[in-house]
Design a protein around this ligand. Structure first.
Ligand SMILES: Cc1cc2nc3c(=O)[nH]c(=O)nc-3n(C[C@H](O)[C@H](O)[C@H](O)COP(=O)(O)OP(=O)(O)OC[C@H]3O[C@@H](n4cnc5c(N)ncnc54)[C@H](O)[C@@H]3O)c2cc1C
Ligand SMILES: C[S@@+](CC[C@H](N)C(=O)[O-])C[C@H]1O[C@@H](n2cnc3c(N)ncnc32)[C@H](O)[C@@H]1O
Length: 604
């Protein structure tokens, strides 16, 4: 089936001249020359009566079209500080053509009252990659979900109930796509009962579209030279449950998946404990001494590609923040005709250079320090990491209990009793199954069966640093992978053995050698001198992870396949936020693609 390619963001078009930020494409300015911050305060902050909402201390969802430089967002942060509000805020914004960090820094430099907040935003300014970027402000009080993409494409993939809408954009005459009836219908769908909306325009078409979508629209005094602006309230919709109470959660499995979800749950106020069957950390696949973080891009617009790009953005941010990168960059070699053709098509899609660029064999040889005869894709933001250290940082202060193999579960959502093999018992409101390849047996404890699955084992070969592969500077990915030397050892992975057997064998080493590009095999030395580690991975037929609710009171994060190191962090965060009633950063469209019950839903 033909899949259209993943859309790419248009080239940057924001230009700062004489202190005024303009879009060359739309021929309009970003904010008023009469005072951008004062305009934001008048139109959006006062127009939606934000301070009244902040005074309640209730959680708030604020949504926006056109993030631009983030001035409206910064004004919200400043208002939270000014009012000393305790409200926890999810700020969800869509931006189709993000300006560069440098341009934003210059454009916002005049607002001295925002300098600290602005520096915080600039420090976290996302890479220009399609998808969601999840940032945190004011010690976690404000979560920014910044969706890069065209609003008309992004909004239909989201699901939340906003209390407040900032309808921003260039003037409707110059930027009609952002003010269409379709956009207003989406805004209504994504609004809570009695949501407040404000916008600077009073264009008749916008008033009509908002009214047709169910808003009650009013004119109010405009800012500066503008006589009028609009405020609106949504009297339809449902009042959504506001109380997000911290709950007690048992996370079963302390690999990368369990640590990702547990760390996020704890940050959201839940009382979390990790139970792991093994007697020490890193028993499962996440215990490998090294692994690569790399995107999985597809030629067509597929969930796996979108998921992978957003997850890589989030994971790389975390790895950089905690200095967990052992080696920067990953090269994906054209190791056979099929992959060559696929990678060339990928390159033609014009991904941003810091995500994926195509390079010839000479360039790759110079980059990697190895004599390569193949071209391939270079992922600058890919990396080699130690999975166990990553897992440790994701759940740094979560209690983890070992030799705690879960063997029975009774009770119901809000009142589970979980028993371990050694007789220890635990109670919890919610369970999260993160037991990697052992998920199917855990599912039986709650009478669930998700249908056919595959467990494969893979052996990581551990080479001394004395072989002729040691000069390698960057990880290579082909049908297996090779890392540079990491703390005196070099790692070669890994086949997919359908027997699921976990013995380390000479045949496993030979298989890893055979997977290598032929020009490198002779450099690898004698496999008899290699050590190894074998572990298992789980996959379901569509090769997508399982993430989300399994049944009331039980969620799953598992089946991360061969990409767990890239995927776990953002998926774990999204499931933790689902469990505690917050908006997950990953779009609803992606989360439903990962829903553990998806195989049954399709059959209906
Ligand atoms: C050889 C090999 C190489 C790989 N290389 C890479 C790579 O380079 N990059 C990448 O992104 N991914 C790689 N992967 C995949 C990646 O390792 C996995 O996706 C990831 O580690 C899975 O994490 P997890 O937390 O789901 O499972 P695991 O790390 O396997 O953790 C599951 C945990 O659950 C515990 N458990 C099981 N049953 C119970 C129970 N009943 N009660 C309590 N605890 C239980 C286990 O003890 C274990 O600690 C590789 C996988 C293999 C096998
Ligand atoms: C007037 S500016 C927004 C100003 C912004 N709120 C700020 O604080 O800088 C309008 C923004 O809307 C974005 N935009 C225009 N059309 C869009 C669309 N169809 N989807 C998403 N964003 C769009 C532009 O790229 C631009 O950044």
């Amino acid at each position: 089936m033909f899949q259209p390619p993943l859309p790419q963001l248009p080239p940057e078009d924001a230009v700062l001249t004489d202190g005024v930020l303009r879009s060359s494409r739309f021929g309009d300015i970003y904010f008023s020359t009469d005072g951008g911050l004062a305009e934001t305060q008048h139109v959006f902050i006062n127009g939606t009566r934000l301070s009244d909402r902040l005074a309640t201390g209730e959680p708030l969802i604020i949504a926006e079209t056109g993030f631009g430089t983030g001035l409206n967002f910064l004004a919200v942060c400043a208002e939270v500080l000014r009012t000393n509000s305790k409200s926890k805020i999810d700020y969800i914004s869509v931006e189709g053509c993000p300006p560069s960090k440098e341009v934003v820094a210059q454009a916002l430099s005049g607002f001295s009252e925002l300098v600290d907040l602005c520096n915080d935003l600039l420090q976290q300014w996302p890479r220009r990659w399609l998808g969601v970027h999840h940032l945190s402000f004011l010690n976690g009080q404000i979560d920014l979900h910044l969706h890069y993409g065209q609003a008309e494409q992004v909004l239909p993939t989201l699901d939340f109930s906003a209390d407040i809408w900032f309808m921003d954009g260039f003037s409707p005459a110059k930027n009609p796509d952002l003010w269409s009836g379709q956009i207003c219908q989406q805004i209504a769908r994504l609004s809570a009962h009695q949501a407040s909306l404000a916008t600077f325009t009073v264009a008749a078409a916008v008033r009509t579209a908002l009214a047709q979508a169910g808003f009650t629209v009013q004119k109010a005094a405009g800012f500066g030279r503008k006589r009028d602006m609009l405020t609106a309230s949504y009297d339809k919709g449902f009042a959504h449950a506001k109380a997000v109470s911290p709950c007690s959660v048992l996370v079963i499995g302390g690999g990368i998946a369990g640590c990702a979800v547990a760390g996020s749950l704890q940050a959201l106020g839940a009382e979390v404990t990790i139970l792991d069957a093994a007697d020490q950390p890193g028993a499962g696949a996440s215990g490998n001494p090294a692994g690569i973080v790399v995107p999985f891009l597809t030629v067509g617009d597929m969930i796996s590609s979108r998921l992978s790009i957003s997850c890589l953005a989030d994971t790389r941010k975390f790895l950089d923040a905690y200095q967990l990168i052992l080696s920067d960059g990953v090269v994906s070699l054209d190791h056979d005709d099929r992959k060559t053709s696929r990678q060339k098509k990928l390159a033609e899609q014009g991904f941003p250079a810091d995500l994926a660029v195509y390079k010839d064999a000479a360039e790759l040889s110079a980059l990697t320090g190895l004599p390569l005869s193949r071209s391939g894709l270079y992922f600058e933001t890919g990396a080699v990491i130690c999975p166990q250290k990553f897992a440790q940082h994701l759940a740094a202060s979560v209690p983890r209990l070992y030799s705690a193999k879960l063997v029975s579960v009774s009770g119901q959502a809000g009142d589970w009793l979980a028993q371990c093999e050694d007789g220890r018992r635990f109670t919890a409101d919610h369970l999260v199954f993160c037991s990697g390849a052992d998920l199917p047996s855990l599912l039986q404890l709650v009478n669930q069966d998700l249908g056919p699955y595959q467990v494969t084992s893979g052996q990581l070969s551990d080479l001394p640093s004395t072989t002729s592969l040691a000069p390698s500077r960057i990880a290579l990915n082909y049908s297996g992978y090779l890392t540079p030397v990491i703390e005196g050892r070099q790692y070669l992975g890994a086949g997919f053995d359908p027997t699921g057997d976990t013995a380390v064998t000479a045949a496993g080493h030979l298989h890893n050698l055979e997977l290598m590009p032929s020009e490198l095999r002779d450099l690898a030395g004698d496999p008899a001198a290699w050590r190894g580690r074998t572990s298992r991975r789980l996959a379901y037929p569509d090769r997508l992870p399982l993430a989300g609710p399994l049944m009331p009171g039980v969620s799953v994060v598992s089946a991360l396949g061969a990409r767990g190191l890239t995927l776990a962090s953002l998926i774990g965060k999204s499931v933790a936020r689902q469990i505690t009633g917050h908006v997950p950063p990953l779009p609803y469209q992606i989360m439903s693609g990962l829903n553990p019950q998806r195989f049954f839903e399709k059959k209906l």
